[in-house]
Design a protein around this ligand. Sequence first.
Ligand code: URA
Length: 237
Amino acid sequence: MRRKATADSFGLNQAIADNQSRLTSGTEAPEARCSGATLVPVAEGKHELLERLAGQIRSCTRCPLCDGRTHAVPGEGSPNARVVFVGEAPGRDEDEQGRPFVGKSGQLLRQTIREVGWREDEVFIANVLKCRPPENRDPEESEIEACRSWLIAQLVTIRPRLIVTLGRYSMALLMKPGLKITQIHGRHAIRDGFVVLPTYHPSAVLRDPEKLADFRRDIMKARRLSEVIDDNGRLNV
Ligand code: URA
């Protein structure tokens, strides 16, 4: 049965349900599609599936940002990550290297991830947009719409215990539009069966160092939360 996405749903369960019904009805087996992104061929492991998605993202032409990119930036990390960090869009360094969060704000993010006791290779880091907007301008609605199914396909594949949104664009997409980050950072919510924790974008922290203590506290909370969410996504606190 189709369920319409609501304000507190970012379409993940719908994507899974659509995918499942196509698989069981045999219409698209062994591959299924999620808003254009290839999803969950049954026999394929998470690693192979993420690699395949990354290949598709690198050759994506769904929006005009593909014209200006040096590299698309699919994201990187463990296919079995318990936590996925989601930023906004690649900047200049990321576009040059094809890797997420490798510039100044990335250094802060990666250092904080290590400080709370994770290894960088046990988490997954991705963005809402996979290609750099010109001069790092804000993402446009149409670009987010064109790109969102890549991120959803990655989340469906990884099935992390926790999603940490970095900044307002990933918060609007994965929590709810219209929230104020200053008011709700560090407060987790359940969306589509995922625990989602919003925090500041690391570049906002670099611009305003007064946010640093909150940012660190939020990432520390993410670490603690990830330890009390079981494999079925239930919080045991
Ligand atoms: N800012 C982002 O949102 N993502 C990156 O990958 C780098 C900077």
